[in-house]
Design a protein. Structure first.
Length: 448
């Protein structure tokens, strides 16, 4: 199944031989019954294929894993309960205390929180590359303890495009796996594995599920990294559970997924409900149609916003004015995704007026929905960050982020025009937009 739209409806499905149900059934069960003592022993020991308990594996979830692995052209996928769980599981399958993760500066705020508040407390060192387009900076910051290079294919919310092939080269020169969060691009727009990423991570809560109803996440091992030759002693060294053999000895090229599934995902336990696996799989069946339409509309919206005098800048890599435009032309030929940011020159006061004036856009934190959404990052998702860090990652007081849905483009632009009219109608006086405080009304709503 080489064509994407064919694979998205057929790859990995579990046909129901007993009843002929055409859609992969929802196996909503905690555990699986054994026919005999011998079968139970065989399933637990791995000698007999089959399921034991849904925290370690489930047929509906496995069908989703096969489908996403196929769409990313990866070796194997592990599905978990959210995008955050996918990042946590992917990284804990690699790092331990004393190891160092090198990440692009511009990443989703929850990922930054996981790095700085979660993993750092466990003794993992985190460092950010200020200019991810500068390969020399990635090279310069690698330490003997660096075990992961990390970035987002399209960064949330700045929409900077990662030079995946360039960073992969730096990673591989140093024998380090390269982990890429492909949530905003989806495998329809970009397959990071085609350009050298070794592990691809998704929040399936966004475009894969696509309908704003379900949380989920996936970790895909692309099969490109040589685990046998790696510095990961938990994969290459003797393991008690494997009678003194190593994960590489027993599982070969599947060593990372075998360890990450059985030790990290299963024992830390951020499991995906089979019901959510079903819903995400159903969402994937229309992925290419939705993402193409959403990207096309986002480009039209970005062009319209760029022409408004009240707007001082638009962050969308599909526009020639965006610094990542050359990378977008190289990596994102079908479209540049459906998330974009724009800055009102009137600063936070203008952003508040705009935000309160729209009627069709939903005011909420999320992306990838069929509905269009609007967010003021500086007062909500990024409010907890020190101002220098926030503004260093491009989150100014006048920035609004949009996630474009499937509504008619003319209706969306008419709604944005309502926001612009609200800004234009008010005499917003700005002496220094960058230094302007966030209004109390907005600051009060700030969350993580
Ligand atoms: C790029 C990216 N990665 C990961 C996540 C976390 O996903 P989830 O909300 O499913 O935990 C998000 C959420 O917005 C995201 O935008």
């Amino acid at each position: 199944m080489s064509e994407f739209s064919t694979a998205q409806v057929h790859a990995g499905e579990a046909r129901d031989a007993a009843h002929g149900a055409r859609v992969t059934p929802i196996y909503l069960t905690a555990g699986f019954e054994f026919d005999s003592f011998a079968q139970a022993e065989g399933r637990f020991g791995g000698a007999e294929p089959g399921y034991t308990y849904s925290r370690s594996g489930n047929p509906t979830t496995a069908a989703l894993e096969r489908r996403v692995a196929a769409l990313e052209r990866g070796r194997e996928a592990i599905a978990v309960g959210s995008g955050q769980a996918a990042l946590t599981v992917a990284l804990l399958g690699l790092v331990q205390a004393g190891d160092h993760i090198l990440s692009a500066q511009s990443v989703y705020s929850g990922t930054r929180g996981l790095f700085e508040n979660g993993l750092r407390r466990l003794g993992v060192e985190i460092e950010f590359v200020d200019d991810p387009a500068d390969l020399a900076e990635w090279r310069r910051r690698i330490r003997p303890t660096t075990r992961v290079l990390f970035g987002e294919s399209i960064a949330n919310p700045g929409t900077e495009i990662l030079d995946i092939a360039g960073v992969a080269t730096v990673a591989h020169e140093n024998g380090i796996p390269f982990v890429v969060d492909n949530t905003l691009a989806t495998p329809y727009l970009l397959r990071p594995g085609d350009h050298g990423a070794d592990i691809v991570v998704h929040s399936a809560s966004k475009y894969l599920g696509g309908h704003g109803s379900t949380l989920g996440g996936l970790v895909v091992d692309q099969g490109s990294y040589d685990w046998a030759a790696s510095p990961f002693a938990h994969l290459t060294g003797p393991d008690e559970w494997l009678d003194g053999a190593s994960y590489v000895d027993v599982h070969g090229a599947a060593a990372y997924t075998a360890f990450t599934r059985s030790v990290v995902a299963s024992l830390f336990g951020p499991v995906l409900s089979p019901l959510n696996a079903f819903l995400i799989q159903q969402g994937i069946e229309t992925l290419s149609l939705r993402v193409q339409r959403q990207s096309d509309t986002a480009l039209a919206v970005a062009r319209w916003l760029e022409a408004q005098p009240e707007v001082s800048g638009v962050d969308y890599a599909g526009l020639p004015s965006h610094p990542s435009h050359p990378l977008a032309q190289r990596y994102l030929t079908r479209g540049q995704g459906a998330v974009l940011g724009f800055t009102l020159s009137g600063g936070a006061a203008a952003a508040e007026r705009f935000y309160d004036a729209v009627e069709l856009f939903s005011r909420m934190t999320h992306i990838g929905d069929v509905r269009s959404l609007i967010l003021h990052p500086a007062s909500t998702t990024h409010a907890h960050l020190p101002r220098e860090v926030r503004e260093g990652t491009g989150i100014g007081p006048g920035l609004l982020r949009l996630s474009i849905g499937l509504e008619d483009p003319d209706d969306l632009i008419a709604d944005l025009a309502r926001g612009i009219a609200a800004v234009a109608a008010t005499d917003v006086v700005v002496s220094d937009a960058a230094a302007e405080p966030i209004p109390a009304a907005l600051a009060a709503t700030a969350g993580r």
